[in-house]
Design a protein around this ligand. Structure first.
Ligand code: PLP
Length: 400
């Protein structure tokens, strides 16, 4: 019998690792590689947030904390939910974890039983299906419509719901497409959920502050207050405040769910880093003006990349509402051969050849559950993005 847990058989190794590894190998070999794979802002954490962390260290706030967060941070989170999302949560309804990822993980671990189904719209963030499987549940994939910017329709959601459905994981703006659901689109989905009382919503709002062209961000419990008692509203400081390495994510939800998540966290990581929690207090309570400034920079880059990609033969790129990703289709490149002789029979083959022949690292669509596409993260300099588009165009011109 294998020494390793059978649970591991249910989980795939991260498909993004292969691309990242190949890119690192090429870089180490001295190749000029432009990395458009990373899912994190290239900006630095703002100085006031760093200063708060330094002050916390100097004040000796370096010990264990309450398992799911210090009261000061929970209060800052309650104020944020009220200010930005019109949601009323009390501190005992808040859970703080080591990144948004652990919040989602705790929630799934706390609720899933074998055979429970979790609806995941595709394309999806790579971790959702595997987290569901680790929790013993079954991911049920609902594919978004390309003409809707890869968003799902209410009919498709309705058709996916069964008596075993426990959660819908909702992510807007989305990783990997950047698609954001309008108020009306979200309302239409919440109407479906109102017809199925046993289905809960896990709303992953990590990209809330990265929205463009006047897109109005909304979240399910705000749009449909009757869903409040079966919604977990997840957010974090990683993307908005350029704090990916600090590892602070949080959620608001029904007290009994938050207590269950606390139990899991108390027996795994004990508590999120004390210093990072104090930094997050400053992130949420401090000046917010830079969020709009940074969103402006991302908007400029999004426009640059969408235009650059649409100018490439065989690539079609939607203009998404938010996040820092675009998800172009390479359907018209399938069946061709690259200038370097690679058969382009999948998005994985396209991305591998693009990296080897032109030194541009992007993540293939199969990793996110919808092909043939690839994901570009435009959280990098305008110069790097322009050069990457030039190289991608040359690669596409070389396909025959
Ligand atoms: N949710 C989505 C959609 C993400 O893209 C990410 C990070 O890439 C996370 C959650 C996790 O965020 P964190 O770094 O706070 O764990």
């Amino acid at each position: 019998m294998s020494f390793l847990s059978q649970t591991l058989d249910r989980v795939k190794p991260s498909p993004t690792v292969a691309v990242t590894q190949l890119a690192a190998e090429l870089k180490a070999a001295g190749r000029d590689v432009i990395g458009l794979g990373a899912g994190e802002p290239d900006f630095d954490t703002p100085d006031n947030i760093k200063a708060a962390a330094i002050a916390a260290i100097e004040a000796g706030k370096t010990k264990y904390t309450a398992p799911d967060g210090i009261l000061e941070l929970k209060q800052a989170i309650c104020a944020k939910f009220k200010r930005e999302n019109e949601l009323d949560y009390a501190p005992q309804q808040i859970s703080v974890s080591t990144g948004g990822k652990q919040v989602l993980y705790n929630a799934l671990m706390a609720t899933l039983n074998p055979g429970d189904e979790v609806i995941i719209p595709a394309p999806y963030w790579v971790s959702y299906p595997d987290m569901v499987r680790l929790g013993g549940g079954e991911p049920v994939i609902v594919t978004g419509e390309r003409q809707l910017g890869y968003k799902i329709t209410p009919d498709a959601l309705e058709a996916a719901i069964t008596p075993k459905t426990k959660w819908l994981i909702f992510n807007s703006p989305s990783n990997p497409t950047g698609a954001g659901y309008s108020r009306d689109e979200l309302k239409a989905l919440t109407e479906v959920l109102m017809r199925h009382e046993h289905v809960w919503v896990m709303s992953d709002d990590m990209y809330e502050h990265l929205a463009y062209d006047g897109f109005e961000f909304t979240t399910p419990a705000q749009i449909e207050p009757r869903l409040y008692d079966r919604t977990l509203t997840v957010n974090g400081v990683s993307k908005a405040y350029a704090m990916t390495g600090w590892r602070i994510g949080y959620a608001g939800g029904p007290e009994h769910l938050i207590a269950a998540m606390r139990k899991i966290q108390g027996q795994s990581t004990t508590n999120p880093c004390s210093i990072s929690q104090w930094a997050a207090v400053e992130a949420l309570n401090g000046p917010q003006g830079f969020l709009a400034e940074r969103a402006q920079a991302f908007l400029r880059r999004r426009n640059l990349v969408v235009a650059g990609l649409n100018a490439c033969t065989g690539i079609t790129c939607e203009t998404p509402e938010g996040a820092f990703y675009v998800y172009p289709s390479v359907a018209d490149c399938m069946g061709k051969t690259s200038a370097g002789g690679a058969a382009i029979d999948s998005d994985e083959a396209f991305c591998k050849a693009l990296l080897e022949e032109e030194g541009v690292a992007v993540v293939f669509g199969a990793a996110f559950g919808l092909s043939p596409n690839f994901r570009v993260s435009y959280a990098t300099s305008d110069e790097a993005l322009s050069e990457a588009c030039t190289r991608i165009a040359r690669f596409c011109d070389g396909l025959s």
